[in-house]
Design a protein around this ligand. Structure first.
Ligand code: BGC
Length: 732
């Protein structure tokens, strides 16, 4: 079959690179003028009303002036189904479906910023059709622990990768007049005790690891809203944290709205004075019994109004918020030209499929068992619950999709001549009220059936991994273990005793251990691929698509190999069980800047699979690499040859290290990359620029970025552990 090449539409490229305001948007000056005209017309009550929820996903407008309500939706993988006005129940509308896009981890694994632009654009078009003004995403929290239940919603462990992927997502979205709400600002790196964990982290790690993606969202993508996170930083909740707010507004020049995470505000005065604009909520006091407006009790509702009236809080804080809110409105629901959007159309589904395909990472492929020949593969046993399980949940990123192609369906349609049997092999058990119960299906019988099914087949495709249930890849709880759950490892071993021709397809959004790795010839990391997941997986298995994804985070061999877990200390993860005087769990990020591959590299701890790693059905060689420094840029030019027999795409990765630095540094850090398609037998020249200022570290004494002079090492490779050329530069 014909190979599918990575197609980047001209439209995407053109718009992705432009940062200009188009004629159909108000200019900043026009917006400012309009705001000043409206402000004096608003009563104090009306102003305060703008600053807090009127329902789970809306804030009021000012009806008498024709100022519309703002409507919000999760985010980030598509437009969420409708949620009830006053509680978290699904509204059960019949017209609230959406295209389900692959999770952000899959997008990050594509290492393709143009796809991020198309992703943001498509989600925004669906948001418009569904009447949403603010989309709650993208999530850019850094992958610190593989146990974090929400890693699948984020873009991996590297701040540069997360920045480069978040910026076009936001631009693609906002060009439609839909606000992105980049979340969760900041240091929301786990779900355990997410509202009471009080993070202590050095300024360097804050600036170099945890903030860059937010900074890029503000400075490079001009994001229109930011969601404050639930957790605390240095003793203060992040939704109204004085230091974070000052960085956001004073240093980065953010002029949009800070919105709480739902229920993330905890104090009226801090909310008023530390830059929070809109309070959204999970709890509505007196909801079922009170006749009063339940939202009146919010910190930025009556208590705020009363404090202003009493002169305890300056009314200027309110005007500042209203200005920000009106600015958000003039960019979205009061834009000059409001678009109407579309959903479930062929282009959006194609975008979802393209991302799912490009995100897939080929982890192992001994003796080129993959791709499979669809014509000669006669008998396949597909084993595993994830072959058929729906993956549309996981907390607030849940979706009601038009369709969802399961891996089993995808395999069946791509191997029409094969005889295919499916056997679950294991069962995860139902989830009730946030708890996963043991399955009522008999584990022994499931295993027995699977072992029977694999007996006389040419090939076993094991589709396993994690699920979107509590304490798996799901909001509201962290995983308890790095291992695959529900007896999958044991089942794999038993199957291998019967049939060694196994391909393991992982469907998950987090690293897992693979004790059977030596014995399984091929492993594919497919993530949660959205509505077209099954087709994308099957495209890769049968070779219609040559995999080109790269891991956006390291897979440790064992949990203790991960930086945060290496300390084996509750103080480092998940925080001290004993609460402090303010009832919070103190947690100290002792690994500091050494997150992910920075830790593995610097401490010489070999990962199972390294950051940036991913195989192809062809082979690439970086034949030549040169570096020079000119005009404030480090320029790397490399020649990559496709030395195999198939067309494919490779990601040239440029890492930089400073061996004799005056501060502790990681051996190397990703500073640039480029994905390029190269035909079989051909070669291409790739050029990557790294602005010299990006070599800076955060100087804690001067509280400034500082570029040290002297020697730097530039590593040019195709993953963090596969460096083909090590070069040197001098920065004077
Ligand atoms: C999540 C946010 C989400 C919000 C609204 C919160 O619980 O942390 O990511 O956007 O709910 O659903």
């Amino acid at each position: 079959m014909k190979q599918l090449f990575i197609a980047v539409s001209v439209f995407a490229l053109a718009s992705c690179c432009s940062n200009q305001q188009s004629a159909d948007q108000w200019t900043d000056a026009e917006i400012d003028q309009k705001i000043e005209e409206i402000l004096p017309q608003l009563s104090l009550d009306e102003k305060v009303a703008l600053c807090h929820a009127q329902s789970k996903f809306s804030t009021p407008g000012v009806a008498r002036l024709g100022i519309p309500e703002l409507w919000y939706s999760d985010g980030p993988h598509g437009v969420r189904m409708e949620i009830n006005w006053d509680d978290w129940g699904h509204s059960h509308w019949t017209n609230d479906t959406a295209t389900a896009f692959p999770v952000l981890t899959s997008l990050a694994a594509s290492f393709n910023p143009d796809l991020a632009f198309e992703y943001g654009n498509a989600v925004a078009e669906e948001a418009l059709y569904r009447g949403k003004d603010v989309m709650l995403g993208p999530g850019v929290n850094i992958y610190r622990s593989p146990l974090n239940g929400r890693n699948f919603e984020y873009m991996g462990e590297d701040p540069y990768l997360a920045s480069v992927m978040a910026v076009p997502y936001i631009k693609g979205m906002q060009q439609n007049g839909v606000a992105a709400c980049v979340k969760h600002f900041a240091l929301n790196n786990q779900e355990t005790w997410r509202t009471t964990v009080d993070v202590q982290v050095s300024d360097r790690a804050l600036r170099e690891i945890y903030l860059p993606a937010f900074e890029a969202a503000v400075r490079e993508a001009n994001v229109w809203s930011v969601m404050g996170s639930y957790n605390l930083y240095n003793g203060q909740h992040c939704c109204h944290n004085a230091k974070l707010n000052s960085i956001l507004r004073n240093e980065w020049g953010f002029d949009g709205c800070v919105i709480t995470d739902w229920g993330g505000a905890t104090d009226t005065k801090e909310s008023a004075e530390n830059g929070l604009d809109i309070e959204m909520g999970t709890w509505t006091n007196g909801l079922t019994s009170s006749t009063a407006n339940a939202y009146d009790s919010y910190y930025l509702a009556k208590p705020y109004l009363e404090a202003i009236k009493k002169g305890e809080i300056d009314s200027k804080t309110l005007d500042a918020k209203v200005r920000n809110i009106l600015r958000l409105m003039f960019r979205t629901n009061m834009a000059k030209n409001i678009k109407h959007g579309r959903k479930g159309n062929a282009e959006h589904i194609q975008t979802a499929l393209n991302i799912a395909r490009e995100g897939i990472v080929l982890l192992k492929n001994d003796n080129e068992v993959l791709p499979l020949d669809a014509k000669t593969t006669k008998k396949i046993a597909v084993i595993g619950e994830n072959a058929t399980r729906s993956m549309m949940g996981g907390g607030s990123s849940e979706l009601k999709t038009f369709h969802e192609v399961s891996p089993l369906e995808g395999i069946k349609s791509h191997f029409p001549n094969a005889q295919i049997v499916h056997s679950m092999g294991y069962a995860s058990g139902p989830e009730i009220y946030g708890h996963v119960l043991p399955s009522r299906l008999n584990a022994d019988s499931l295993q027995k059936a699977a072992l029977e099914a694999v007996k006389d087949v040419d090939l076993v495709i094991f589709v396993g991994g994690l699920t979107k249930a509590h304490e798996q890849d799901c909001e509201g709880g962290d995983r308890r273990s790095l291992d695959l759950p529900f007896g999958q490892n044991e089942l794999v071993e038993k199957i291998l005793d019967v049939n060694k021709n196994m391909i393991f397809v992982l469907v998950d959004g987090n690293a897992v251990t693979m004790p059977w790795l030596d014995k399984v010839p091929a492993v594919v990391e497919a993530w949660y691929g959205g509505c077209e997941a099954g087709n994308a997986i099957a495209d890769v298995l049968c070779g219609d698509v040559n995999p080109s994804g790269k891991l956006p985070y390291s897979f440790p061999v064992k949990l203790e190999d991960n930086a945060a877990h290496s300390f084996a200390s509750e103080e480092v993860y998940p925080g001290l069980a004993a609460v402090d005087a303010a009832n919070n769990h103190k947690e100290t990020y002792k690994e500091d800047i050494l997150v992910g591959y920075r830790w593995h590299d610097t401490k010489n701890i070999k990962p199972l699979f390294a950051f940036g790693y991913g195989l192809s059905y062809t082979t690439f060689e970086i034949q030549k690499a040169d570096v020079k420094v000119a005009s404030g840029k480090v320029n790397v030019k490399a020649t990559i040859a496709n030395t195999g027999k198939r067309d494919g795409a490779e990601v040239l990765q440029v890492y930089v290290g400073k061996p004799d630095s005056k501060v502790a540094r990681a051996v190397k850090e990703l500073k640039g990359f480029k994905k390029i398609s190269i035909a079989a037998g051909a070669s291409a020249e790739v050029s990557v620029d790294v602005p010299v200022e990006k070599l800076a570290f955060w100087n804690e004494e001067s509280q400034k970025w500082e570029v040290e002079k002297g020697k730097y090492v530039v590593y040019v490779g195709t993953s963090s552990d596969n460096i083909a050329h090590t070069l040197e530069i001098n920065i004077n």
